[in-house]
Ligand binder design. Structure first.
Ligand code: DX5
Ligand code: ZN
Length: 224
């Protein structure tokens, strides 16, 4: 079953609790939290205090996507604040194996993220220690950008690799996902769809989330 991870980056921060509940009502099962430091990406967003508040607002897993340099020094703090899943960028980690083990040692699910320009081959030595792989389908930093189609090819290869090596990671995709692009990534094998603008941009987050999940389910049915 395809999961929807509404990204709060596009939500109204003055009403975050309500917005998250509205997206959950529409079927969102993971809350995607974009953490940006103004160094790894050219934007600054939020940190552990907001995660702590979100923790009180929802029981859904909080998926913290760390777009920051030197993530190791903040992992314990994010878990303590309530993060259930933590993903780090391959491009930001000098000792990726160590960082992924560090996430797991704190009891969180460990994810690795790759930018559009990063080949999946760079993950070959860590695929057996990650719980999920996040494929960026935009260059990270902002919501509402245009989907980069090459991401679908990467997703397909990650799904094939997983079958070939009998591994178990889940495949998540992030950036430009909406009604017009989701079929392509679902067909390729994406299992968790991050959507910011498509959920919180215009209209009601509950019905937006419902429509996305319905469209994803229809594609899954066509697949079998
Ligand atoms: C971008 C973030 C995304 C962003 C996606 O750097 O990682 O999670 O919120 O937003 P949309 O779905 O609007 O492309
Ligand atoms: Zn993200």
């Amino acid at each position: 079953m395809i999961e929807l991870a509404p990204s709060i980056l596009s939500a109204d921060f003055a009403h975050l609790g309500e917005q998250v509940r509205a997206a959950a009502e529409g079927g969102g099962t993971v809350i995607h939290v974009d953490v940006m430091d103004g160094h790894f990406v050219p934007n600054i967003t939020i940190g552990p205090p907001v995660v702590r508040s979100l923790r009180k607002a929802t029981d859904l897993p909080l998926d913290c996507h760390l777009m920051i340099e030197d993530p190791d020094q903040y992992i314990a703090e994010f878990v303590e604040a309530g993060a259930d899943w933590i993903s780090v960028h391959q491009e930001a980690c000098r000792h990726l194996n160590r960082t992924l083990h560090l996430i797991r040692s704190h009891g969180a699910q460990a994810g690795v993220v790759i930018n559009p320009a990063t080949p999946i081959e760079t993950l070959s030595e860590v695929l057996d220690i990650v719980d999920y792989v996040l494929v960026m389908s935009v260059n990270p930093g902002f919501g509402g950008q245009k989907f980069i189609p090459a991401a679908a090819h990467k997703i397909r290869r990650l799904a094939d690799l997983r079958a070939g090596r009998r591994l178990h990671y889940r495949i998540e995709v992030d950036g430009g996902i909406g009604l017009d692009t989701l079929a392509e990534v679902v067909r390729a094998g994406a299992e968790i769809l991050v959507a910011g603008n498509a959920v919180f941009g215009a209209g009601d987050p509950t019905s937006n989330a419902r429509k996305l999940l319905k469209a994803a389910a229809e594609v899954t049915l066509q697949k079998v």
